[in-house]
Design a protein around this ligand. Structure first.
Ligand SMILES: [Zn+2]
Length: 344
């Protein structure tokens, strides 16, 4: 049965790729292709380093992809992107999962989306609110710092900047009130938003040394159907999300959501000079139910003693909002009809 299934997966993959993968193999039930073959078929170059454990794929316009054996962390033009499956090696050859080629690599390096409609309305979703404080650090209640306070502050600043840039903006909440998760994407759907952006701040509760070590933004988009999510800890349950593979549904705009997440992470890391915690995948309810490209930004860690001080400052949130606007404008440029396919 497994063989039959793999055969059909293979046929489906060939249909998607439009080429016959001559050296495809199966690892842990997943269909894999040699990295070298993927590169060759797409006019890219590949070489290995680190005793053959690292593959570097290069192309025109500074495209540079880095893959490591047994790792699901790829680096795409300097930004970390979490793959669904680790890169594998066999007889000195590096392989990557067909699913990752289709759902993580191809949408980013060949990002042309002819016919994409111009972005006019953006739905901003400040995470948590009311009885749901999100992460909380410091003293009890008002003596401490709640995530919900800063997601709202960032959202209000972001609304100002987006409106100045000519966008129409809707907020899922503009005060400290509780909103059920399904109501958030539902509002975006009902109002015909072109993008959905959920704002959160992160928390990691461990030893003082660990809390000091973990900082930086993460940007999530929906997990591909059938693949495991990359949020091993954190806010999985509060969004009604399941970690791991299983019966799954996906957002209707997976490729565009990934491209938006990538541009967002890149802009946040570069403009805020922040640690790159990477583009990640999760089945958060707010992402799953949105009918437009949708991402969730974890803008940094309020458990980190240095980054939290920045998050609490309105100047830093202004910079973060500016970085978000830049990412949206870059995404718009990349998805406009006249654009030539490229990451840059
Ligand atoms: Zn949150």
């Amino acid at each position: 049965m497994r063989t039959v299934l793999n055969f059909f997966r293979c046929v489906a993959a060939v249909a998607v790729l439009g080429v016959l993968p001559s050296r495809a193999v199966t690892f842990s039930g997943q269909y894999y292709l040699p990295v070298a073959e993927f590169a060759r078929e797409n006019g890219l170059h590949v070489y290995t380093e680190n005793g053959g454990k690292e593959a570097i794929v290069t192309g025109d316009k500074n495209t540079r992809l880095i893959f490591n054996v047994n790792s699901a962390q790829a680096v795409i033009d300097g930004i970390n992107v979490r793959l669904s499956y680790p890169v594998a090696a066999d007889h000195g050859q590096l392989y990557m999962a067909q699913m990752d080629i289709e759902t993580a690599i191809r949408p980013l390096i060949f990002s042309q989306r002819p016919g994409a409609k111009r972005i006019t309305t953006i739905c901003i979703d400040p995470g948590h609110g009311g009885k749901d404080s999100g992460y909380h650090v410091g003293g009890y209640g008002f003596l401490g710092h709640s995530e919900k306070t800063y997601t709202l502050a960032l959202a209000l600043e972001l609304r100002r900047q987006l409106m100045r840039a000519g966008f129409r903006v809707i907020l899922t909440r503009s005060s400290d009130i509780f909103i059920h998760l399904p109501d958030r994407p539902a509002l975006a759907n009902r109002d015909g938003a072109d993008l959905f952006i959920s704002l959160h701040f992160n928390g990691y509760f461990g030893s003082r040394a660990d809390e000091a070590a973990i900082e930086g933004p993460e940007t999530y988009c929906i997990t591909p159907v059938g693949a495991p999510s990359s949020n091993a800890h954190g806010e999985a349950t509060e969004f009604g999300s399941a970690v791991g593979a299983g019966p799954t549904v996906a957002n209707h705009c997976e490729d565009k959501s990934l491209l938006l997440a990538y541009q967002m992470e890149k802009s946040l890391v570069q403009n805020l000079h922040a640690d790159d915690r990477g583009v990640r995948r999760a089945r958060f309810a707010v992402l799953r139910d949105a009918e437009m490209p949708a991402i969730l930004i974890e803008g940094g860690y309020i458990t980190n003693p240095v980054e939290s001080k920045k998050i609490y400052s309105s100047d830093y949130r202004k910079q973060m909002a500016a970085a978000i606007v830049k990412a949206i404008e870059e995404y718009q440029r990349l998805t406009s009809v006249s654009h030539v396919p490229s990451l840059h």
